[in-house]
Design a protein around this ligand. Sequence first.
Ligand SMILES: *[C@@H]1O[C@H](CO)[C@@H](O)[C@H](O)[C@H]1NC(C)=O
Ligand SMILES: *[C@@H]1O[C@H](CO)[C@@H](O)[C@H](O)[C@H]1NC(C)=O
Ligand SMILES: *[C@@H]1O[C@H](CO)[C@@H](O)[C@H](O)[C@H]1NC(C)=O
Ligand SMILES: *[C@@H]1O[C@H](CO)[C@@H](O)[C@H](O)[C@H]1NC(C)=O
Ligand SMILES: *[C@@H]1O[C@H](CO)[C@@H](O)[C@H](O)[C@H]1NC(C)=O
Ligand SMILES: *[C@@H]1O[C@H](CO)[C@@H](O)[C@H](O)[C@H]1NC(C)=O
Ligand SMILES: *[C@@H]1O[C@H](CO)[C@@H](O)[C@H](O)[C@H]1NC(C)=O
Length: 921
Amino acid sequence: MLSYSIAAVAAACLLPLVSSNKVTSLEGNGWTLSNPSLNVSVPAHLPSQAHLDLYANQVIGNPYYGLNDFNLRWVAWANWTYTSDPILGLSSNASTWLQFDGLDTFTSISFCGHHVASTNNQFRQWWYDITSIVSSCPSEADRVLSINFGSAPKIADAIAAEPGQETWPAGPQLTYEFPNRWFIRKEQSDFGWDWGPAFAPAGPWKPAYVVQLADEEVHVRNSVIDIYRQGQLNNLPPDQTKPWVVNASLDYFGQLPEGATLRYTLADLENNTVSSGSMSSVNCTNATVTGETTIADGTVDLWWPNQLGPQTLYYMTIDLVSTSNTTIASVTKRLGFRTIVLNENPISDAQLAQGIAAGNNWHFEVNGHEFYAKGSNFIPPDAFWPRVTVEKMTQLFDSVVDGNQNMLRVWASGAYSPDFLYDLADERGILMWSEFEFGDALYPVNKEFLDNVFEEADYNVRRVNHHPSLALWAGGNELENLELILLNDSAPEELPRYMAEYETLFLDTLLPAVFGNSSTSNGWLSLNFSNPIPIVERYYNLTPGSVYGETDFYNYDPAVLYNDSAFPVGRFSNEFGYHSMPSIQSWRSQISEADLHFNSSTVVLRDHHNPSGGLNTSNFANSSTGQAQMTEAVELWYPIPNKTDSVANFSAWCHATQIFQADLYVSEIEFYRRGSGLPNRQLGSLYWQLEDIWVAPTWAGIEYDGRWKMLHYAAKDIYEHVIIAPYYDISTGNLSAWVTSDLWEAVKGTATFTWYDWKGNKLPVNTSSSVAFTVGAINSTSVLQTFTTEILKDYDLTNVVMHMSIEAEGTLPNSNHSTTFRHDNWFHPTALKDAQLVDPGLQLSYSASSNNFSVTATSGVAALVWLDYPAGTVLNFDSNAFWLAPNETREIGYTVKSDSTSSGWIKKVTVESLYNQTLPY
Ligand SMILES: *[C@@H]1O[C@H](CO)[C@@H](O)[C@H](O)[C@H]1NC(C)=O
Ligand SMILES: *[C@@H]1O[C@H](CO)[C@@H](O)[C@H](O)[C@H]1NC(C)=O
Ligand SMILES: *[C@@H]1O[C@H](CO)[C@@H](O)[C@H](O)[C@H]1NC(C)=O
Ligand SMILES: *[C@@H]1O[C@H](CO)[C@@H](O)[C@H](O)[C@H]1NC(C)=O
Ligand SMILES: *[C@@H]1O[C@H](CO)[C@@H](O)[C@H](O)[C@H]1NC(C)=O
Ligand SMILES: *[C@@H]1O[C@H](CO)[C@@H](O)[C@H](O)[C@H]1NC(C)=O
Ligand SMILES: *[C@@H]1O[C@H](CO)[C@@H](O)[C@H](O)[C@H]1NC(C)=O
């Protein structure tokens, strides 16, 4: 095709084309799932996966129940064929195409009994011209689409066994359950991970269409809109006064009429046109039409992340128009205007003068402002994507906002997120740090594999690029800082070769897929845009005393809880955590009553940490390691539940593991956030992990049905804008308290300290009772520095607690009125298992007029007050897992996310505190 400039568009007086562009969706019923050798043939639907249709037809039980993860392996080892009913109403002489937005994973596709194509990548879109097949298949009854899905685990094994196939040292290649996942382009966690099951599902998991086109008609299968500031370069902060450049392209199939051009309309959400016109630099290549326009600075309002300003969105319509000014195709996308940059520049002299340590930056800047990233890691929300509903994800993303988070890391070994997730994130201001689907392994670099990866990356980057919530593309999970270290341990002599292979995949293949359209690492060593690959990786080229990059930290020694010196000092923390049990309510939905014991074989074998490392379905040794870590953590720090009723005891143990988890994450987040005011200038913490894929012991803060664990409440509290927190070295008695703020202007206030014994008597401990403070923008300041060895030397440490609270005045980002910020926190000098807990005499009431619960501690200090509610409802209280001072009352609102009890849950809310964990009932 030739390319045309705008001037070539003549006002020709041709008759408009009559559009016969007919798109037939293949979604819904009208499919059959079969496997002749297993004698299975059942009604099916699309999009779907074999397990879902087998379950719907009761060929198998609930895949999530009990140990079905292991029992249903035969489903993954089998081939499954999806066959459509005859597709009626197709014209025999039109140009006819099949479009699949996703096939999981290895297929052989036929139409009317003729082979169409084979596919081998879950993440790609596929489209095929089947004109000649349709025209040679006149009988409508024969117009049947059949997709045979090969067994992904079998095919992965077969590829691994090919002669001359690449091999790697064992260290870096992490096998969870099914082996050889790195040879295939399928969701890597489908083969097992340490928080999830291994079903290796197969099926047409995304929509599919038949498209018929007349001459000079096209069908747009994908499109990209890229918005940036004029002159902006990847990785470098742009000039915020420049106009916006809007670059659009439509990927199509069909026959493009000569002289086609592009028109755009930018409208606000009320459909008022903000800007419109012809696009310039229109270029029609074989399968893509691109064009460009600029939008003057100030024409549009900016989009901001949650809590940093409004989430202003617009509609952009791109029309492909013929020389006769007829619209040939039209695409509308909802988008926003913002710049987001991961700044990895060297620390400047001005930053050194602020007390920031030498090295490189590693933080995000939105619209030219640095900010503190608060959030968590998002994993696949279900082992079967086709049943992930907009409704359930809306609840989840509402919980992200309710949890004071502004960023999710869309973890690298699941699937590229569907557009509706980015839409939810756009509306709520949740930045999506998005990753390519590679993790915890080295990958092949043969040409076929790299070409396949390039197509996958190119399609997905183009598909989601217009979403303002897209924060960046990162290469994968635990690669540079884990794989290369493991490799260096197991086969140091091979390191150069494998590093070169790593660069072939991540720099030479994936980076251009991102740059063409728009990592746990130590960042780059240098950046030179005149090189084809502008980034030179830093790897371990580190100067001692300087600070670089982000950190990923796990330590399963529970002694880490009150040992700040164990936590890593970096610029950003993208993973950290410890697992805990889900609630008794969740367990009951997926295991039998008889299995409700901490160490029942079903509970233990659903703990996939440590992973079994293969297909051994009774690897108690590895699972028990994970169970033991949770048990040891409880035993080291908290009262040990010993209830006479065995189910109550199981529930109390589940709760105890959640207490440890929440306390540990709070300690770490307090540590990382304080770092915003220390030389490492720490500007983000994303904990592992936001949500559960099923019901099992995992690192999640939100359970599979949406119920919040203690962690999500605790994280919400410690992600408040202005917080106070204690820092304590148990070995030296060094105690300090710091106020940390992520506001963009200084905040002034007063910190108050009150000492009590557990019965609630005030103690005259020798510290200031109140301290005035000012904290600068995204900074921290010490408000207390003392030694318990001195101030508490005359006290029994098991009977002392300190309440600290702040009240401060400041301004929210992009707001001009003053807001009052309050926060409180508690310090106890010994482990809570040694504390002289008393019955705090909790009283709970509910007021129908205010719709609030209220809890009062009538007879002592109440630690870790916990409101609970029965299954059948998903809701979150405005606060939970809080402490109460003697005679303090807290009013607690709530948000119901789903309810099948007609508000019956209200009467069934219970309250307890840590004291209840000491009771036999
Ligand atoms: C199963 O699928 C694989 C891959 O598509 C194919 O090679 C094989 O012939 C299929 N087997 C059967 C019995 O259909
Ligand atoms: C704007 O236009 C879109 C597409 O035509 C329509 O779906 C939407 O309801 C309109 N919105 C308003 C506020 O009129
Ligand atoms: C149009 O795109 C092609 C392929 O990307 C490129 O080679 C050509 O230079 C472009 N033409 C114009 C006028 O930009
Ligand atoms: C045009 O695209 C089709 C399908 O993408 C491809 O098969 C064909 O070779 C391309 N033609 C040219 C001239 O590039
Ligand atoms: C083409 O159509 C659009 C929308 O109907 C109209 O605004 C524009 O003036 C027309 N352009 C020409 C050259 O006729
Ligand atoms: C944080 O506050 C301290 C004390 O006011 C100040 O010296 C330091 O420069 C601030 N850091 C930054 C990065 O602004
Ligand atoms: C648990 O309680 C029972 C009495 O109900 C008692 O016999 C047992 O020793 C207790 N176990 C521990 C570890 O305290």
